[in-house]
Design a protein around this ligand. Structure first.
Ligand SMILES: C[S@@+](CC[C@H](N)C(=O)[O-])C[C@H]1O[C@@H](n2cnc3c(N)ncnc32)[C@H](O)[C@@H]1O
Length: 206
């Protein structure tokens, strides 16, 4: 398990990274990739959407262009305080300080659960994916973006030491273990040579 697949360490990491997150993030995960993933969902304005690991609200902002109600949850108070500066603490986005592995919402509460760039920090991703399924209505959608596994052995070793990087077969294993039956994976990349994301869109069983 990578050094950042630990909730306390990830929280400390984001205490510092939150200061520059919005400047660094576009080199890895940019607006074009985010918007391409959002388009996969075919959102309606009245969909109730949760952004798990919302951070400073980069994806939240894109989701808000399509729907009226977005909830944002993150375990880092420092990341959330940056998000509050953009959206207000009690504005259009309903923010929650919380853990992806124990989502503080009732069963079937959302039409769509979205999470971008957060799964790689979750110590028990299958537990969190099961939570996402629990709080999404039957027939609703769960979309998870994570880092695609590198091709070269040296980068694989480095990646494994830091956090969860995974390929399509591992994504399939995790989603099946979490109780999903229908899903597809898409590889996203900003430009040749830049980091690749693996985006899985799953339908919650009826
Ligand atoms: C790379 S940022 C992604 C932020 C945002 N989703 C985006 O698209 O830019 C990862 C976020 O996941 C959050 N995170 C990590 N582990 C978490 C957990 N167990 N529960 C909730 N949030 C978590 C971090 O605090 C951080 O804000």
């Amino acid at each position: 398990m990578g050094v950042l697949e630990n909730k306390a360490r990830a929280r400390t990491f984001y205490k510092y990274l939150s200061k520059v997150y919005d400047q660094i993030n576009p080199f890895i995960w940019d607006e074009r990739m985010r918007d391409e993933a959002i388009e996969m969902l075919g959102l309606s304005a009245d969909d109730r959407v949760l952004d798990v690991g919302c951070g400073t609200g980069f994806a939240t902002e894109g989701l808000l262009e399509h729907v009226d109600t977005v909830y944002g949850l993150d375990q880092s108070p420092h990341q959330l305080s940056k998000a509050y500066q953009k959206f207000g603490k009690r504005g259009d986005v309903r923010f929650h300080l919380g853990d992806a592995e124990r989502l503080p919402f009732r069963d079937d509460a959302f039409d769509v659960v979205w999470s971008s760039g957060s799964i790689e920090y979750w110590p028990n991703p299958v537990v969190a994916l099961r939570e996402c399924r629990r709080i999404t209505k039957p027939g609703g959608q769960v979309l998870i973006v994570g880092p695609d596994y590198p091709n070269s052995t040296i980068f694989q070793k480095l990646a494994d030491a830091i956090m969860l990087f995974y390929d399509e077969s591992e994504a399939t294993r995790m989603f099946e273990a979490a109780g999903y039956e229908a899903f597809e994976h898409h590889i996203q990349q900003s430009r040749p040579g830049s980091p690749r994301a693996i985006t899985t869109i799953a339908q919650v069983p009826e």
